[in-house]
Structure formats: C-alpha cells, structure tokens
Write a protein that binds this ligand. Structure first.
Ligand code: ME8
Length: 668
C-alpha cells in the first residue's frame, strides 16, 4: 500500500477583482496570508498557499469596455499587475490562479452539472434588484425607497429574467449546526456571531446564472441562460487549485483548506454560507477555519477613488524608503510590519502615514534596530566582535524568552499578529532593561569583562530568536539580522528557542543600521530653527515625511516666524557623548570621524571640525550630540548624529558640561 501523501497546510486569500489595482486593503489579506504561510513553513509544515484573480465578473468586463481594451487583454494585464505587486511585497505564494484558466472553467461547469443533476440547482425565474458592483441580487424586502445597494450604496438595477437557483435554503440547518459545533470554523468571534446572525435571518436560494453579458463561464448545456454567477464561479477557485477533477484522489493531499482568509465584507454572505453549502452539496469536507479581518479606513472613511484616499502599497513603502533613507526591501518589510501590527481584527482600523511612521521609528528603529545595533557595537568594542568564552544566557532570561516565544506561537496560530508582535517585543524590552540594570559598559570599566560578555550574550540570543519570530512578518529583515549575527540562515521555529546557540569564538559581522530613524516632518525653510553650527559640510538633505496618497498634497507645518514651539524642541534628542576615538576622514581637510559612547551605545558621527581640532584634542572630551538626526552617508561613513558646538567667526568651539556626567545624559 502506498503511504498516504502528507496533508499540506492549505491556505488561501480571496481572489481579487481585477477592475482596479491592489491597494492597502487587498494587500492586508494577502500579507496576513503570507505571514501565516511563512509561520507554518518555519514550523516545518508543507504549505500550499493560493492567491489569484477573479476575472469573470461583469464589472471587470465593464471596465475593460470603458477603456476600449479587449477584456481578455485587460485581465491579462491586470493579473500581471497583481502578481508584480505581490512579488514586490515579498508574498511567497505557491499558486496564482486566474478564473479565466480553462482548468477552472472545467471545474465550474462540472460542479454546475453535478448539482443540477442532483436537484441542488434548479431552473426558475428572477425578478428583483441587482447590484452590479457587489454582483449580488437583493430581495425587495432588503431594498428601501432609495433603490440603492444595502451593502455598498450604489444604485441598483431591476432584473426580470429566467435563471438557475442554488438550493441554499436546504442547507440552512446543517450550516448552523456546523458553525455551532465547530467554534473555530469562523474567526474571530465577532465574525462568527455575524455569520450566525445572517443565517438566522433565513437563507434564501441564490440565483446562480446571469444574462446580459457573455463574459464568464457559460451555463453548461444551456447557453441561452447566460453565464454562471461570478460568486458561484469564483468560490470554486479554491477547489480548482487542488487539482480536483484532474488528480483523482491525490487532490486530498491539499483539500480541505486549513485556513481561508478574507475581509469581513465577504464572510457572512459568501464564505460562511454559499461556499460551505456548495461543498456540502458536493459531499466534500469543509475548510477547517475561515478568518475574516476588519477593514482599513482612512480619515474615518471607506477608501474610495472619488475621495482620493486610496493608498497603493508599494507607493507607501517607497515613500518611507525615500524619507528615511531605508533600503526599499526593509521599507517593504516595515510596511508589512505595520499592516500586521495594526491589523484590523474585530473592528475596522484607521490606516495613516503618521501611524506607519510612528511604528517605524518606535518599534523598528528604536527597539528592534537599536537592540541589534547596540549589542553588536558593544561586542565589537569590548570583544573584537567575538563571542567570549563561557558566555551563557542567565536562567531567568532564558525562561522569559522561551515563554514569550510560546506566546508568539499561540498568537500567530490564532492569526492574531498584533498580539504576537507585542509578545515578541517584550523580549526587546526585557533585554533593554537587563542592559540598564547590568550596565555592561560599567562592568567593562570595572574590569569585569566576563560578566559584561555574559550580559551582551543575552542581546545576541534575543536577536537570533527575534530573527525567527519576525521572519513571517519581515522576511528580509530577518535575513539581515542573521547576516549581521554571521549565521547562515534564520533558525527554524523549534531551533530558535535554543538558548545557547552561539558558540564561544563565533565572529560577528559589523553592525549596519537596518532602519535609519525617520525625521519628523520638516517645517518650511523660513521656520527652521538654527540647531547647530558644526554640521558637516555635506549637510544632510532635508527629510520629507512619507508621502500622502498620490492625490493629496504634502502637509507641512508652516509658520511665518523664525520660532519653534517647545514641542518642536522636545523632538530633538540631545545627549552628552564621550568621544572614545577620533580620526581624520581620508581625503578631507575638514572632517573628523568620531566614535562616541552615548550611554552604552556606540555611535559614529562625522563632524566638520578638523580645521579647528586634532583628533587627540577631542578624544576623552564630553560633547552634546543630536542623536535622533536621520543618519547620513558622508564620504562613505554612516554618520548617526550631529555634534553641537559654538560657532565663532566660522570656527567651531567645543562645548563641554560643567563637570563630568554619565555618557548618554540627556540635555534639556
Ligand atoms: O471580494 N480594508 O474581491 P475584492 C481591508 N473577488 N480589506 C479590504 C479593504 C479594506 N479597505 N477593501 C477590500 C472580492 N478589502 C472577490 C472575492 S473570493 C472567492 C472572491 C478586502 O478585490 C476584502 O475584504 O473586492 C476582500 O477580502 C479582498 O480585499 C478582496 O476584495
């Protein structure tokens, strides 16, 4: 007997209408699916991840006609736009299905025939209201005076035509029972209640053929009746992609879906009712779980072209990359992070560039990026970048890391990425607190290198563990973390929990900032505060904030006077740094490269003081430094801040505290 094939973890997104390009809403479903797929892969499961395009819809045909393009050509071009977008967002799908493919049309025809033969599809006639945008008929009882769609508000059309019906009403009781008996069938709980509420209103048979246009799958053996209703057609994509009809019993290596993801709008009416009822009629097992997320809204409103508040995912990522000077692949990951960290679950959530920027600066630059950077910097400074002998993780931290990893696992499994990421970030908080308490920089000064190495080892292990925990969300960043840790690959889920994985003698790479800090929006030139005099000659380019939707103008604070508010000032993070080393920048007469201690964190800055000071004159000095300035590349050196000095007739004069203060002390 041949061994039964291993069941693949089958995960799907909806297939997207191709009448418009992807936006942050369609990207949300796809990114959530990708993160779930990557998470299952990391855990060692064989995954089959399906996405694709819904091309047979009358509204798709209509847009092609409006543009004067043959519909097949239009859908070919749009499918390409979707595939390109998903690839650029690092979506690692296994199959991209298109409903215009012949194999899919065969499945639709076959299912229609079978259900008609067994009486689950019957011929009748339809009189009622139809929404072309939602591709849905509405009973007169659901339509008010305005004759607009109860779902999307667009005008309805009156239809009076013969048509085929799917006997949905016959499955009402079984559907209700299934949902009640399987609490995980519909998630989250809000959606389960919505679905039950929808079913309890009573399910009516659904019209599954349409006349009026010949774009779509013709009703089999009765072309006079038009084409198959696009939802009946589209839902079957999930079955087509497994090879049902083509692969005999082998399609069961994939079927049924383990997780089907979608937005809340298409859950109760379609995925929680018509879809499982079609499968019951076919005698096929139902999906294990359906997950319906909430919606992104923008300025408290639904996104719409007419409001000009539709964000394109790649433009959002590109504008962050431009504004922060962050590599595009990491900006894409930052976008994925924001989508998942703020993901609307039960309720809708506001998508905003400010929110995105805040998460970027806070969670990514200040927390994750800084943990890696400061840990590696200190490892290089104190131990030549080599893991010292005998370094082991403290037992308390090992327990905490393991506990947090388990919590992340549980949350990701439940498709609760906001919670999963919060739990992962607890690890960063714990290491930062540990550094503050143990102060490895002080331990070094006291000559206790052994203990300092032990403390910093926690940061290395945390970074390694985090590379695995963030990989489903930020795959490129995960790879960069392990590159800097000089490891071959991101550890698997189970291996990541190994707490003493970096052996003594392991040589680490030099740190490189992954997420340069994004500056707050720049005021207009007239209102810029004169902040410092000793800025390097290659002054930093003005920093734009990530751009608004294409149709909206940039907003910038504009005041007429050369004054700033106390809040403006508070955005400047000025600290006292101790100069640890200094050297001239090659081929420059004006620049010195300074290596600073900013409270346990090593920073490199380039300062335009070489004509006024020699390196020897500045080493050991304490100076104020603006530390939250966007890093800039100056003569091939990443300068991460700017020293402040007095400007006397164009010459820099260093400023010092009145007495020695701890490195990193704030300036107010
Ligand atoms: O519904 N926020 O396709 P679609 C979050 N072809 N999610 C959003 C959103 C927003 N603002 N706007 C849309 C279809 N979505 C059908 C599916 S499946 C057999 C057929 C989500 O292109 C929406 O909830 O209109 C849905 O999950 C997905 O984008 C596809 O929308």
């Amino acid at each position: 007997m041949p061994e039964p094939a291993m069941k693949r973890y089958y995960i799907t997104t909806p297939i997207y209408y191709v009448n418009s390009a992807p936006h942050i809403g369609t990207a949300l479903t796809t990114i959530v699916a990708d993160a779930c797929a990557r998470f299952q892969k990391r855990r060692g499961r064989a995954v089959y991840f399906l996405t694709g395009t819904d091309e047979n819809a009358p509204k798709v045909h209509r847009v092609a006609q409006e543009r004067g393009v043959p519909t097949q050509q239009f859908v070919d071009e749009m499918a390409e736009v979707f595939e390109r977008t998903w690839r650029a967002l690092n979506i690692e799908y296994d199959v991209f299905i298109r409903t215009t493919e012949e194999r899919h049309k065969r499945v639709v025809s076959e299912v229609f025939r079978r259900l008609r033969a067994q009486g689950d599809i019957y011929k009748g006639s339809y009189q009622g209201w139809y929404c072309v945008s939602c591709e849905t008929f509405f009973a007169s009882s659901k339509v008010d005076e305005s004759k607009t769609c109860p779902d999307c508000g667009k005008p309805l059309e009156w239809r009076d035509e013969p048509c085929y019906y799917f006997r949905l009403s016959a499955y009402e009781a079984r559907l209700r029972e299934h949902i009640k008996a399987n609490p995980d069938f519909i998630l989250p709980e809000t959606r389960r209640k919505e679905a039950l509420g929808f079913i309890n209103e009573g399910l009516q048979d659904v019209a599954v053929s349409r006349t009026g246009s010949d774009w779509g799958v013709p009703v089999p053996d009765d072309p006079e009746s038009g084409v198959v209703y696009v939802w009946f057609d589209a839902l079957l994509n999930y079955l087509t992609a497994t090879g049902w009809l083509e692969r005999g019993e082998a399609y069961l290596d994939t079927w049924p879906p383990d997780l089907q993801l979608m937005g809340k709008d298409i859950l109760p009416r379609f995925h929680a009712t018509i879809w499982p009822a079609m499968l019951m009629a076919l005698g096929l097992p139902l999906p294990e779980r359906l997950y319906g997320h909430g919606w992104w809204i923008v300025n408290k409103q639904k996104m719409s072209k007419s409001l000009g508040n539709v964000y394109a995912p790649l433009e959002v990522a590109q504008s962050l990359s431009d504004a922060a000077g962050c590599e595009l692949r990491y900006a894409v990951d930052a976008f994925r992070y924001y989508q998942l960290r703020e993901m609307p679950t039960d309720a809708d959530a506001e998508f905003s560039l400010e929110g995105f920027e805040a998460r970027y600066n806070g969670d990514l630059a200040n927390d994750l990026g800084n943990l890696l950077h400061r840990t590696l910097s200190m490892m290089h400074r104190y131990f030549g970048g080599r893991v010292p002998d005998g370094a082991r993780l403290d037992a308390g931290l090992a327990d905490l890391f393991a506990q947090q990893a388990a919590r992340v696992t549980e949350a990701y499994e439940a498709v609760d990425f906001p919670r999963g990421l919060r739990e992962a970030w607890q690890i960063i908080g714990a290491v930062n607190r540990y550094y503050d308490e143990q102060a490895p920089w002080t331990l070094m000064k006291q000559g206790n290198a052994e203990r300092a190495g032990q403390v910093l080892y926690a940061g290395l292990i945390a970074a390694r563990l985090l590379s695995a925990l963030v990989e489903p969300v930020m795959p490129q960043v995960a790879r960069e973390i392990v590159r800097q840790l000089a490891l071959d690959e991101v550890p698997t889920w189970s291996d990541a929990a190994q707490m003493n994985a970096l052996p003594a003698g392991h040589i680490l790479q030099q740190p490189t900032p992954i997420f340069p800090r994004l500056q707050a929006k720049q005021p207009s030139p007239t209102s810029q505060a004169p902040v410092a005099s000793a800025s390097p000659p290659t002054s930093q380019a003005p920093v734009a904030s990530a751009s608004s939707p294409t149709s909206q103008a940039q907003q910038g604070a504009t005041t007429m006077q050369n004054t700033i508010t106390i809040d403006d000032f508070k955005r400047l993070e000025i600290r006292i740094a101790t100069v640890k080393a200094a050297e001239p920048v090659p081929k420059s007469t004006k620049l010195l490269k300074l290596i600073l201690d900013v409270g346990g964190e090593e920073r490199v800055i380039v300062a335009g003081i070489a004509e006024d000071y020699t390196p020897e004159q500045v080493v050991g000095k304490q100076i104020p430094v603006l530390v939250n300035l966007q890093p800039a590349l100056i003569r091939g050196i990443v300068s991460e801040g700017m020293m402040l000095a007095a400007d006397v007739d164009g010459k820099a004069v260093l400023l010092h505290p009145d007495r020695e203060v701890p490195s990193g002390s704030g300036v107010r």
